[in-house]
Design a protein around this ligand. Structure first.
Ligand SMILES: [Zn+2]
Length: 200
């Protein structure tokens, strides 16, 4: 098995986990993995569901989202993936999901910070909420993300207001695990805020 096929199989597993867990429904979201040693990434094509990912419909693009290999249209969010790989050499996988609890929590404008012991132990840093006021992250928004990646080298991801989670990891499976934990942490944060209101 080639390195690329192994990476594609990890991506298919991660996408299936994300869909089954319900952190991405329908045909939204996207995910990618770095091609080792090259300025290239393997990327979900635009329009397909996470559950439809196969070795044949995953694309290879450069970090600007230009198609290098495969049939299909790269996601318009390819630029964000490419930017993260350039800014953070430790990141080899990016999972982007339109996860409902995280999006809802982002409306508070507050970072997810010290919500659970598990968050602190696993992440060791807050999950920032970033409001770029655009449906896609544009090049002019990248400095915000670069600053986060520099401040927290172990950063597991962040939340885009009115949009979703961008989780990263040293491989795509770990990036997906981080996406699940960010969504779970947002759900707990929401319910904790509600419980505090209900408490007598
Ligand atoms: Zn998106």
């Amino acid at each position: 098995m080639t390195d690329i096929d192994r990476i594609k199989d990890e991506m298919i597993l991660a996408a299936s986990r994300a869909y089954t867990r319900g952190i991405q429904t329908g045909n939204g979201g996207n995910f990618s993995a770095r091609v080792p040693g090259k300025d290239l990434m393997v990327l979900k094509s635009s329009g397909g569901s996470f559950m439809d990912a196969t070795r044949d419909n995953l694309l290879i693009t450069d970090f600007a989202g230009k198609l290098v290999e495969g049939n299909g249209k790269p996601t318009r969010e390819a630029l964000l993936h490419g930017f993260i790989y350039q800014a953070a050499p430790q990141v080899n996988g990016v999972m982007h999901c339109h996860s409902p609890w995280a999006i809802a929590w982002a409306a508070t404008g507050q970072d997810l910070d010290k919500v659970t012991y598990h968050q602190e132990l696993k992440f060791g840093c807050p999950i920032a909420v970033i409001d770029v006021k655009s449906p896609v992250v544009r090049a002019e928004d990248f400095p915000l993300i670069e600053a986060l990646l520099k401040k927290y080298p172990q950063l597991p991801g962040f939340v885009l207001a009115d949009h979703g989670v961008v989780a990263v990891g040293d491989n795509i499976v770990n990036a997906e695990h981080n996406a699940e934990l960010i969504e779970e942490t947002a759900q707990v944060a929401f319910l904790k805020a509600l419980a505090a209101k209900l408490a007598i």
